[in-house]
Design a binder for this molecule. Structure first.
Ligand code: ATP
Ligand code: ZN
Length: 457
């Protein structure tokens, strides 16, 4: 079976045929840089990375484009509420431009820690304002827009197929509407351009044919994907929350302007959930990658955890799940390390591996296959070459693992220093308490003639 991917648009598993033979244009909706990313956001980019690695592993050349949303993403999908960037600026006391730059850097660091390959092209919404204005002007010329007191809106009643991606019940939405839609004609209509005056003093605003203001979030992605990948490209990705609004609206814009649904395939990654539901910045549980690093967890253990669940299934995040992934990752790294020098990979395993990837990126099964391989009777050098081949897509850096490399977080280092002092001062109760705290971080502290040694639990 050739590479098949689940396309949300058709709700089916379809064989991927590159529009231009051998090349794939891939657009992934990027982060809104008003805060740090949480590990739920990062799960989405891990999914995109696994997709890209699979495409490249299958011999395709990928042009990977990711945007940075640094303006226009409002707190409500109804086009009301604040711009998340302006709100982030208030929260931090820094300018919207400063936080955009800082959180973009932090995001890129997270990607690096997770061994996620950077896109070939990064594009910032604020660098593409002219293209967005042109897009809106075209939509206006074609009769798809109307103005209200607070902006220019897309008139979804102009498209019979609006919302097909989400199989939206438009009539139901309209008649059952409880939300105040203000001056919008339909609940599903969405802002293309918002006027500054209606939302107080803004830091990010531009002149336009309709007045000073800023673009809507959906037009950003349509304008940037078309600019960098063309009017119709191969794959568009995002999180599952993008289906009913953001991506439905991107498709509406592209259909209106170009007569295409923007991308041949629409792929969506499922949520990471925590005890309280979807992990989110506004919700209670907001776990950053740095939070894990501070607990002494290798970021690649989180990558391993994400490999254990298919990208279209929700993943429940818990300490237990993370610990068992960290153990699995450790065991695999050690085993692979001990295999010595690689020989030639085993063709049978390579073929079975490709079957799993081709089946809509079935990484949980591909990982299980790696374990089967490691436990098999094949010669060590063959196992090593085969598993390192698999790791081109896993991205676990198995070839680089070294026993000496135990990354000790600042929190653990501080705890060990305190315990060293407590022991020197013969405060045994304190020393025991600090050892218990180290266990909570996932480490056992052993007292040896050379001093304290750490060991993962
Ligand atoms: N809990 C989650 N699990 C997986 N993906 C998520 C989760 N929350 C958001 N995403 C995805 O992360 C990507 C980046 O989203 P963005 O930076 O705009 O954050 P967001 O959607 O505002 O997050 P939040 O809802 O937490 O505020 C999007 O593709 C979004 O679908
Ligand atoms: Zn987008």
């Amino acid at each position: 079976m050739a590479l098949h991917l689940y396309d949300t648009y058709t709700r089916s598993l379809r064989e991927l045929h590159a529009i231009e033979p051998g090349r794939i244009g891939l657009y992934a909706c990027g982060p809104t840089v008003y805060d740090y990313a949480h590990i739920g956001n990062l799960r989405n980019y891990l999914f995109v990375d696994l997709l890209r690695r699979t495409l490249e592993y299958s011999g395709l050349q990928v042009k990977h484009v990711m945007n940075i949303t640094d303006v226009g993403h409002l707190t409500s999908d109804q086009d009301t509420g604040d711009d998340k960037m302006e709100k982030g600026s208030l929260r931090t006391g820094k300018s919207a431009w400063e936080i955009a730059s800082e959180y973009t850097q932090a995001f890129k660091q997270d990607l690096a820690l997770l061994n996620i390959q950077e896109p070939a092209t990064w594009c910032r919404a604020t660098d593409h304002i002219a293209g967005q204005i042109e897009f809106i002007a075209d939509l206006e010329r074609m009769g798809y827009t109307y103005r209200t007191g607070d902006g220019v809106y897309f008139d979804t009643s102009r498209q019979a197929g609006y919302g097909y991606l989400a199989r939206l019940d438009r009539a139901g939405l309209q008649s059952g509407k409880r939300v105040d839609i203000g001056e919008k004609k339909q609940a599903t209509d969405f802002a293309l351009w918002k006027f500054s005056g209606t939302v107080g003093v803004r830091q990010m605003e531009w002149e336009s044919p309709w007045g000073v203001g800023f673009p809507g979030w959906h037009i950003e992605c349509s304008a940037m994907s078309a600019r960098h990948l063309g009017e119709y490209f191969d794959i568009h990705c995002g999180g599952e929350d993008h289906v009913p609004v953001h991506h439905s609206n991107e498709i509406a814009q592209s259909e209106a302007r170009y007569g295409t649904r923007a991308a041949n395939f629409w792929l969506h990654g499922a949520f990471l959930k925590s005890a309280g539901g979807k992990m989110s910045k506004s919700g209670g549980a907001f776990v950053r990658l740095q939070t894990l690093v501070d607990r002494g967890i290798d970021p690649l253990a989180y990558r391993y955890l994400c490999l254990t669940t298919h990208y279209r299934s929700q993943l429940n995040f818990s300490d237990d799940a993370l610990t068992s992934a960290a153990n699995g990752f450790d065991r695999m790294s050690v085993l692979v390390h001990r295999l010595g020098a690689p020989l030639e990979p085993d063709d049978g395993y390579l073929a079975r591996f490709q079957v799993e990837l081709n089946n809509d990126l079935n990484f949980p099964r591909a990982l299980a296959l790696a374990w089967e391989l490691l436990k098999s009777d094949l010669p060590d050098g063959v196992k090593k070459a085969t598993v390192l081949n698999f790791d081109e897509t896993f991205g676990l850096r198995l070839a680089f693992w070294q026993p000496a490399v135990v990354s000790i977080s600042p929190a653990l280092t501080e705890l060990m220093a305190q315990r060293e002092r407590a022991r020197n001062e013969r405060r045994w109760l304190d020393a025991d308490r600090l050892r218990r705290q180290a266990r909570e971080l996932g480490y056992e502290l052993d007292d040896t003639p050379q001093g304290q040694q750490t060991r993962r639990i």
